[in-house]
Design a binder for this molecule. Structure first.
Ligand SMILES: CC(C)(COP(=O)(O)OP(=O)(O)OC[C@H]1O[C@@H](n2cnc3c(N)ncnc32)[C@H](O)[C@@H]1OP(=O)(O)O)[C@@H](O)C(=O)NCCC(=O)NCCS
Length: 183
């Protein structure tokens, strides 16, 4: 396992549940695949804007073997009674080649964990991490009715542009807010 990130942290959801926020490691591949298999059809569609019944080996490698610089991915995990960590969500920020201050944002929270604050917490953590590395804007493609992800992003950024795409999707460019200094 790589050395722990200085930004990795424990946090509590509104209901008091402890979650651990940390970078995604290549060793998480099996857990990532379990999480993907367990996603509902609706969540899968909302994440990929495609039914995406399965991932190719190349897609799995791309999504799990990230360099932490061009492609930054963080997970939120929770602990079971034995103290073993299980993945609840993954969010990523992938820099654009033409302008490395802009990155594509995507997130998926396991169905059982949705609506409990995990998405917002993880979005805030990822924004803090990538800001330190010079990312200033996120581009995100989502269904226009995806209010929860728009709320997650509005907590760390403001909307700059919005384009209507095919099949009910929109592409939104967000300008990230500078992280608040620690008290
Ligand atoms: C979208 C998603 C990431 C949000 O994560 P989440 O953990 O469910 O969301 P949270 O509990 O952190 O809530 C985030 C905000 O959305 C609001 N929200 C949550 N569920 C909602 C719902 N069903 N309807 C309206 N608002 C909702 C919350 O009130 C919160 O806003 P606020 O704090 O400003 O009040 C998650 O639902 C998900 O993975 N969905 C499927 C995949 C997807 O849509 N990915 C995004 C593609 S980029």
């Amino acid at each position: 396992m790589p050395s722990p990130s200085p930004y990795a942290t424990d946090a509590r959801l509104r209901d008091g549940t402890l979650v651990h926020l940390r970078p995604l490691y290549a060793e998480d591949e099996a857990e990532f695949l379990r999480g993907f298999a367990a996603l509902s059809r609706e969540s899968r569609y909302r994440r990929f804007l495609d039914s995406m019944p399965k991932l190719s080996p190349e897609q799995v490698t791309y999504l799990t073997h990230v360099d932490g610089k061009e492609h930054v991915a963080w997970v939120a995990g929770f602990y079971d009674e034995s103290g073993v960590e299980h993945g609840a969500a993954v969010a990523r920020s992938i820099r654009e080649h033409e302008d490395p201050t802009i990155a594509e944002f995507a997130i998926a929270v396991a169905d059982a964990w949705q609506g409990r604050g995990v998405g917002k917490l993880l979005t805030e953590k990822l924004a803090q991490v990538v800001w330190q590395d010079g990312v200033r804007k996120w581009r995100a493609t989502m269904l226009a009715d995806n209010v929860p992800v728009q709320h997650c992003l509005a907590s760390v950024a403001h909307e700059e542009t919005r384009h209507v795409e095919d099949r009910g999707a929109i592409e939104v460019v967000y300008r990230l807010h500078a992280p608040r200094p620690a008290p």
